[in-house]
Design a binder for this molecule. Structure first.
Ligand SMILES: [Zn+2]
Ligand SMILES: [Zn+2]
Ligand SMILES: [Zn+2]
Length: 257
């Protein structure tokens, strides 16, 4: 049994968005306050965060995450890597590099964005993040007692993204196309967290209707939509979704086998 905490359910701008006074951005409903998309996965002995969002520091503080066994990255967009520098307190506490796992291009962008953390620029003596780099592709890998099976996904025309399956739980964010060979990896799910940006079409994210097509094919027991934009006001849209599908929100805790 694992427990999954939705640390952030918001699209890249976060919700509310800067410089917007729409009904969602001015809503008092806490479910309309969305940090950047990320989850925490916990077993009895292991705690892993998926992506270091731009809100990573806030997310670790709000959820009292004292120790991390690793960071697993989905892809290199800044909303998913922007909080990387804030892993340093975990280095200080453990005295060890933090294991990170990601596609080669994700690691490449981490290195070009944060070169000081990888010894690629001269050290100034300041504390820098310390990581153990693990390049992953499509083969399963373990972090502590959790086994991650990568789910190859597409985000726009050409960008590879990894979704991940752990037991009967799967996390598929930042996706607008599931390659045919990935569908079998998503059969028999207990819980699926799936990209569902908004109702209007988007070149790199599933709309809510496109997500519902995926749900009809896969039939997970429960689906939560994430990476939600400010066009979606929780109280308006959540009741319109079919049974077994709901909008995720920050702080949501899910149990899965
Ligand atoms: Zn994103
Ligand atoms: Zn807005
Ligand atoms: Zn993205």
């Amino acid at each position: 049994m694992i427990s999954v905490v939705v640390l952030g359910s918001g699209t890249s701008t976060g919700v509310p968005s800067v410089a917007c006074d729409c009904a969602t951005c001015t809503s008092a409903d806490l479910r309309d306050k969305r940090l950047r998309t990320s989850i925490l996965i916990r077993s009895q002995s292991t705690c892993v965060v998926v992506d270091t969002s731009m809100d990573f520091r806030r997310q670790m503080l709000d959820n009292h995450v004292m120790d991390l066994d690793g960071v697993v990255f989905t892809h290199h967009h800044f909303d998913h890597i922007g909080g990387f520098d804030d892993i340093r307190p975990y280095n200080f506490r453990s005295g060890r590099p933090l294991p990170i796992f990601g596609l080669q291009e994700t690691i490449d962008v981490l290195q070009s964005t944060f070169p000081y953390a990888f010894g690629l620029v001269a050290s100034t003596g300041a504390a820098v993040p310390s990581v153990d780099v693990n390049v992953v592709d499509s083969a399963p890998f373990s972090v502590g007692n959790l086994t991650f099976t990568p789910i190859p996904l597409r985000h726009g025309k050409s960008l590879r993204v990894n979704g991940y399956r752990i037991g009967n739980f799967a996390y598929c964010t930042d996706v607008n196309f599931i390659p045919e060979s990935s569908w079998p990896l998503l059969e028999g799910l207990d819980v699926l967290i799936l990209d569902g940006l908004r109702r209007e079409p988007h070149p790199t994210h599933f709309t809510i209707d496109e997500s519902l097509d995926v749900v009809r094919r896969l039939q997970p027991r429960q689906t939560w939509l994430t990476h939600i934009a400010h066009q979606i006001r929780h109280a308006d849209v959540d009741p319109t979704l079919p049974s077994g599908v709901a909008l995720a929100y920050d702080g949501l805790v899910i149990q899965s086998s």
